[in-house]
Every structure is written in structure tokens, then in C-alpha cells.
Design a protein around this ligand. Sequence first.
Ligand code: ZN
Ligand code: ZN
Length: 283
Amino acid sequence: MNKEEINFFIERNLTNFSVNSTGWNDLIRKLLFEFAVAGWNMNHRVFGKEKLGELRCYTYSEDETLNAKLKKIKDKYSELSVKTCEICGEEGKMRTIGSWQTTLCLNHFLEQQPVIEIDNKQNITRNNKTVLNIKNITSAEVEYDLQRLELYNRQEEVFYFSWQDPNYYLLLKTIPISLFPKENQHEILALFQNVQDCEICGHKAVYQRSCLRCHHEPWNDSGYFIEDYGEKSNYIKECQMDIFIDEDDYEKYFKHDRSFEKSPHHQVLFNSDDLREYEKLLF
Ligand SMILES: [Zn+2]
Ligand SMILES: [Zn+2]
């Protein structure tokens, strides 16, 4: 087994991996190299793919000892893949975009995310591309507890928007209410008339026991809250620290969201000592 042979084996099989981009190529090369060293018959092809943001390799051998070695190698590179950006190979983490999972660094994550904007000519844009103009909307509908918006134009084309995108609620508020069916009109008006201040994130965005901006549940005196946190300020403090730490980069993504106004009385309850203690518990 010479180096050239192994390199040839690696480059030939690299293309058998169905992945989204080239960020994992180094990982796949190393995996194939370890396969060769472990005793894999290099005349046989190796297949793999990206599934749910993870590198999977389905190759299997009849030889039990070899198979155990292959399994270890496969597990090792699966674990590494969920920490490696699929696009550029930099440090990444598992992200959910829409309804699919993918492993990306922060930059590529933000690049993939559709940010809704409405410009002064009433164009609705997504990632700086105009989707449609509000004046051309002929009808609108909302579904799933107002979490999905559908806009139709004269050509009967439909455009979808999701509550997971920044400025979604701003868009919902901006669409003329008369374009919605009667039952939707009532729901939408009720939401914007009844949003309450969130003591956690400081936005006027609490509706039906959940904050539409930070997704935390407001404190209440029920058994579960008392049991877990003792008192209200502990709960608020912890939620605020979660937002500050921003483990999922949600705040970095949502920093341009203008859907909900900030409350002028908002108070941040934690200090740097609390944060240090809390991080010790987490990491
Ligand atoms: Zn990247
Ligand atoms: Zn909130």
C-alpha cells in the first residue's frame, strides 16, 4: 500500500460523498485515509452523505474486526462534522434553518438566513432581493397561530413568510388588514392590541403566555416555577443570562428585528458575578 495508491483512493471516493459544499472535504479525506490504514479494500468504493447536519458514512465490511475499526472511524468523523462548517470548514455548530438542520459557522449561518425588510417604496425584500411590493398584494392569509403568512399577487403567485425570520411581525403589522379574511383580521388585531412587556428581553412582545421576541415564558407563581427557581428574580436573571450568552446565535440573527418596541422601563437583573457563576455551571 503506497502513498500514491492511498491518495488515488481518497480522491476517487471523495466524490461519492453527497454533501452540500466543500467544507467537510478535509474530514472526508482523513476518514478515507484512516479507512485505508485500517485495512479497507481500496478497490471497493466508500459512500457517505450529509444527513441532519452530520456526516454519515454507510460503508460496511463482512470482516467483524475491520467493521469494528470502521465504526470507530465513522463515529469520530461524524462527531467532528457537527463542529465543522459545511461550507468553509471553519469551526461551526448545528443550526436549524427553516425546517432543515445544517452545520455552519456564524458567518455562513447569518448568510443563509432570510432577513425580511420593507423599504420606503413598500417593497418587501429578503436578503436584499425584492420579493414583491405591498401594493401588488391582492389577498393575504395567516396559518398556524399566525406563525406563517401567505401573500398572493394578481398572477395568483404565493409568497410565504415565517415567524422564524426577523421582522416577520413587522411585516404582518404592515400588510393592510383588509386583505385578510375576516377571522384572520380579528386574530391579528388581537395580537397587536394585547402584547405585553416582556420582563426578560424588554420588548413589548408577550402574547398568550409566551414572548414572541425571546420565546421565553413570563414568570408565574405556579408550582413548576417556584420549585425550579424559588423566586421570580432568579428566573428572570437566568433567562436574561441565556439571552446574553446567546448560545444559538439567535440574538446575532435577530438584532435587526424591529417587530416589537423596546420597553423604556426594562431592567437587566444580572451582574458580571452572576454571569461568571452561571457560565461555570453551563460550560
Ligand atoms: Zn463557514
Ligand atoms: Zn421576551
